[in-house]
Design a protein around this ligand. Structure first.
Ligand code: TRP
Length: 330
């Protein structure tokens, strides 16, 4: 008998297009995992509302943009299930059930909530924002996901999900799967401006949807070793952002480029040219897939609707089981 595949679920907030940081940290491994695991990709539009509720058109457009970003990197719609979070009723219902099991204090002390609240400049937190980790526990467990591939910042949320599930199972005698984080082993991609993080709100991102010219323009503006004001002065790749990018995107030539930089044999312009080439070589096949989907938007809608329908069937069964266990089914 064929062994049942383990299920993974991961997601992106629909608050804008995805960039190279997302690719390196998450999308790339999704592609590698899709054959091994039963993969669910969540378009987290409800979670997007927690910070962007005043911008419904951005969230609407991003549902499609994020879907196409995921498809463009090579996720195969015949293998993975792409799900719109707000379309899955079980997620909303489970969020309510789970909310009984989580203290407000635990949410207030969640380090990721704290960081994000600061980042957005919130002096007061809405109920929805403070509670999104509870909703995320529902995202993960409506389909009994085994593994959740995420970056470091999501660990507190996965821990909370585990706690909630444990509590629910203990209390009601159910067997909801306790999910496990599958931590990305890639260090966070820094911004080309030298900022520690590439982020859409930081204005330093290279988007998967950027054209070859846009990529070239952004790389040309990148900050390098500030002490290297002349080509004849040897550079220090240890403190150069472009070198960090070469390590990821030009791995075969990385050692040579660093040696040439230290020996002042290669200047920043030439070095950046190599990077532009590496990035565009990576992005070109993505651009091709993107062009296909952008010309077949009906197919994109279908992929989201089909995935969400399947998610609803799975989620409805989960909620029915939970209602039974909670003695609220009549
Ligand atoms: N919180 C995640 C982020 O900010 C997005 C997300 C929503 C998610 N639901 C999820 C990730 C479920 C993993 C599993 O990137």
């Amino acid at each position: 008998m064929e062994k049942k595949k383990m299920r993974i679920l991961t997601g992106d907030r629909t608050t804008g297009r995805l960039h190279l940081g997302h690719y390196v940290g998450s999308l790339k491994s999704r592609v590698a995992l899709q054959d091994m695991y039963d993969t669910f990709i969540l378009l987290a539009d409800i979670q997007a509302l927690t910070t962007h509720f005043e911008n419904p058109s951005l969230i609407h457009d991003s549902i499609f943009d994020v879907t196409i970003d995921n498809l463009s990197v090579g996720l195969d719609p015949t293998k993975v299930t792409i799900v719109q979070q707000s379309a899955v009723k079980a997620i909303a219902e489970m969020t309510v059930f789970y909310s009984m099991l989580v203290s407000v204090n635990a949410l207030r002390h969640n380090p990721t909530i704290k960081t994000e609240a600061k980042q957005y400049g919130y002096s007061e937190l809405t109920y929805g924002f403070l509670g999104y980790p509870v909703s995320q526990a529902a995202d993960i467990t409506f389909c009994n996901a085994d593994l959740v591939p995420v970056g470091e910042d999501q660990i507190p949320h996965i821990e909370l999900s585990r706690k909630i599930v444990r509590k629910f199972n203990d209390m009601y005698g159910t067997f909801i799967t306790e999910p496990q984080a599958k931590l990305s082993d890639v260090p966070r991609l820094s911004g080309l401006d030298g900022n520690a993080k590439m982020g859409k709100s930081l204005g330093n991102a290279i988007y998967l949807s950027d054209s070859a010219d846009e990529v070239a323009q952004k790389v040309r503006m990148a900050v390098t070793d500030p002490a290297r004001i002349k080509i004849s002065i040897p550079g220090n790749p240890d403190i150069c952002n472009v070198a960090k990018y070469h390590k990821i995107f030009t791995p075969d030539k990385y050692d040579q480029i660093c040696a040439d930089c230290r020996a002042a044999k290669i200047g920043c312009v030439a070095c950046k040219k190599i990077l532009i080439n590496s990035l565009n070589t990576l992005l070109d096949p993505m651009r091709e897939r993107r062009a296909y989907y952008e010309n077949h938007m009906d197919e994109v809608s279908d992929i989201i609707l089909t995935g969400s329908k399947k998610a609803n069937e799975i989620g409805d069964a989960q909620v029915a089981m939970m209602r039974e266990a909670m003695h609220i089914a009549i």
